[in-house]
Ligand binder design. Structure first.
Ligand SMILES: Cc1cc2nc3c(=O)[nH]c(=O)nc-3n(C[C@H](O)[C@H](O)[C@H](O)COP(=O)(O)O)c2cc1C
Length: 204
């Protein structure tokens, strides 16, 4: 399958890096169309010391530890409205925005997008393709909540970056993976999830 992944300027760049790595390792994805907002580049630097400014495929492959020659990830510029994910006639499984800022959420909810991330998300909604949004803000104000409800009514899946603790995560990576596995689940992409709830008896 082809899929689009966008990274925006909310906290949680690590979720984006890990989701990309899991998609790449899944063997189920032919092309990942990657779009990175300019604030996402700043957050990646602040949180991960990563330089993904104006990154092309080579830089992104290095960031993810993929082979230098890998063609799996195709990077599109934020202002390129002629990019493949901008068109409904481009057949793809859907789109993930991880992490999703309140700014991007609002732009999509209003239908008045101004960049390729907003446009690609809008296309997924109109074509009834999967659109998975991973919002990150706290606390939410009423506008954030109304935007999420509006998008949910329009067909988006709101998957907040809210890791669980029942699998007893011992590291940040284990916390992060739990959220990323839930993202992959939305597309039925297999992963080695040791954190899925097993339904065991719990002492009440
Ligand atoms: C270090 C840093 C952390 C941020 N964290 C958040 C956040 O968690 N959630 C959010 O909605 N915005 C956050 N912002 C603000 C957004 O980046 C800002 O609203 C930006 O305009 C979003 O643009 P984008 O959606 O095009 O990336 C953060 C900004 C910076 C620099």
């Amino acid at each position: 399958m082809d899929i689009t992944l966008a990274i925006t300027g909310a906290s949680g760049a690590i979720y984006a890096r890990r989701t990309l790595a899991l998609l790449a390792a899944s063997g189920r994805v032919e092309t990942i169309n990657l779009i990175v907002s300019s604030t996402a580049e700043v957050v990646a630097r602040v949180e991960l010391n990563a330089d993904i400014k104006n990154a092309g495929t080579a830089k992104i492959n290095a960031w993810l530890g993929l082979d230098a020659g890998s063609k799996l990830i195709r990077v599109w510029r934020l202002d390129n409205f002629a990019a493949k994910p901008s068109s409904g006639s481009y057949k793809q499984a859907g789109m993930i925005i991880v992490p999703c800022s309140m700014g991007t959420l609002g732009a999509i909810a209003s239908g008045a997008g101004t960049n390729l991330i907003h446009r690609a998300a809008d296309v997924c909604l109109k074509e009834r393709r999967k659109l998975v949004l991973v919002p990150r803000e706290t606390p939410y104000n009423a506008i954030h909540l109304e935007n999420m409800l509006r998008l949910s009514h329009a067909g988006a899946r709101i998957l907040p970056a809210s890791p669980s603790f029942y699998h007893k995560p011992a590291t940040i990576d284990e916390l992060v993976d739990h959220v990323c596995y839930r993202i992959l689940d939305q597309f039925d992409i297999p992963h080695s999830d040791a954190s899925a709830w097993t339904g065991e008896e719990v002492q009440q």
